[in-house]
Write a protein that binds this ligand. Sequence first.
Ligand code: ASP
Length: 288
Amino acid sequence: MIPTIVSTWPHGLSANRAAWPILSARDGDGSAMDAVEAAVRHVESDPDVRSVGRGGYPDRLGRVTLDAAIMDDAFRCGSVAALEGVVHAVSVARAVMERSEHALLAGDGALEFALSVGFERERLLTADTLALYEAKQREARAGTPNFESHDTVVSLAVDPSGHIAGASSTSGLMNRLHGRVGDTPIIGSGLYVDGEVGAAGATGHGELAMRVAASALVVERMRCGASPLDACRSVIDMIRDRLSPRPDQQLALLALTTKGEVAAAALLPGFAYAQSDAEGHRMVSVEA
Ligand code: ASP
């Protein structure tokens, strides 16, 4: 069914609602690329989402570093890694794609580029997130930390013309070393789009997705004839069987074909995504 947009986690629902008017524009001209960017920007702006953009959780040095990516159906892509001080990392990623000759900019260079093309610098660490960070540091000193966190926003959309695009943004895993970059900005790991087949994205323990180029694998399996569900499940099974993740490590994969078919699979229970199409906006829970 097209148009369709899917976005990870419960915050994906308001993200989809924000993007739907763009995707379903009455003149039939909705743009998948504009829609996924709008969906992700919506989550980046929300200070109550602790894993993305403003209010995102800091690294071990207390610094909020953002990773984001965007990709269209002609293998054009842009990413930023370890970007500090700019809330809409996904839009900086789009600027990398459209206004530079590169695919990925990191750290100070990503910030310099963002400022040079007109983005504003701001403080992203909110008082609430700082309080949570300090509480976690106390737990860590007491030897009882729970650092599992995995709420990257990934949005995938196919528009009325059949164009497909994907975008993602995260502040990364809690308790990461300063300088750690996850799967989100790595094309093929946290996000991949092939205009002849479909798109896939990952959320959860990024290192697991990076070790097998999980999103590209899902899309390639769909290209070889697998359904989106079989493609997602087979990659999750491979990660479970051959990478031996820790029992508390989550990884979820979400896929969308150019025909609007959607599926997901996850290592652990608890993953859900939002789906929006002609039948409305709804959450879908994924069984592990
Ligand atoms: N995949 C992200 C990372 O490893 C974490 C997340 O999904 O929130 O940085």
